[in-house]
Design a protein around this ligand. Structure first.
Ligand SMILES: [Fe+2]
Length: 272
């Protein structure tokens, strides 16, 4: 029997979260759990982030009788608060973990480095450091499946932005090469997809598909070409609507109460 993978879609930010489960011993890990946010910005008086998507994962876990061992984040998400802090308050025995190379990180139980093991009893995965989009990005490999966070998007969307503090397109290119050097049929689980051009949202691709079709790094694109393309594109992107809440909240692995407090402080500071 092998690990099973269960995707969950959070529609307000086009985010995918995953449960990786050991069906023999009934334990699992949750990867990149997301709180849901309003389409409006915080400045426009949006509601507090809600737990709808995270609660669907909790319901699934309870219905299937699993125990959660790990709450894993591939990186500090800028577009929405992570649900890891909220889930930790519900699942006290689970260990929260994120890459150790992110500056100013706190509140997680475990800080991960390249090669560290993530064990679901006798079935273990490993951590692969894949910095670039942020300095602390990591991917998680379980058998022939790799959860790449925002290291790669679907082939027709390319790659994630590299204009946050500490981001670097040169470093992202090198991280992507690590992933693309894996066997052709390695499955890559993506953290964001927005559909588009008439296709439905997707959450899994392969190394072969990325090598052949990724619009930023496919067909053996050179580092110079990638960096030029990435840098030009990043200049056209606006700041994510929830970045001013999501980044400080995620750096401290905040739960709902702390996030609500952050939000109220921010609103109070608004000019009239
Ligand atoms: Fe991201």
């Amino acid at each position: 029997m092998s690990l099973t993978i269960h995707p969950f879609f959070e529609p307000s930010t086009g985010s995918y979260s995953f449960i990786v489960a050991n069906p023999e011993s009934k334990c699992c890990a949750i990867i990149d759990a997301a709180l849901s946010v309003s389409e409006k910005s915080a400045r426009e008086g949006a509601d507090k982030p809600n737990t709808d998507s995270a609660d669907l994962m909790l319901d699934w876990i309870e219905a299937h009788g699993f125990v959660v061992r790990w709450l894993l984040d591939t990186h500090i998400h800028a577009d929405r608060p992570s649900a890891t802090g909220y889930l930790k308050s519900k699942l006290l025995c689970a260990q929260s973990a994120i890459g150790a190379l992110m500056p100013n990180i706190s509140g997680y139980d475990v800080l991960l480095r390249d090669g560290d093991k993530i064990c679901l009893d006798h079935m273990c995965g490993r951590v692969i450091e894949t910095p670039g989009h942020t300095p602390g990005c990591v991917s998680f490999q379980f058998d022939d499946c790799v959860f790449v966070g925002d290291t790669l998007f679907m082939p027709d969307t390319g790659t994630a932005r590299c204009d946050f503090p500490g981001s670097c397109p040169y470093v992202l290119y090198e991280s992507i090469q690590k992933i693309l050097s894996m066997p052709d049929d390695t499955r890559l689980y993506i953290c964001h997809d927005y559909g588009g051009d008439g296709r439905r949202n997707r959450f899994v691709t392969t190394v072969k598909e990325q090598r052949e079709k990724n619009i930023h790094v496919g067909k053996q694109a050179s580092i110079e070409k990638f960096v030029d393309l990435r840098t030009k594109r990043d200049k056209t992107l606006s700041t994510p609507r929830w970045a001013d809440i999501a980044i400080p909240a995620n750096l401290k692995c905040m739960g709902l109460t702390a996030i609500a407090s952050l939000l109220s402080e921010r609103v109070v500071q608004e000019p009239h």
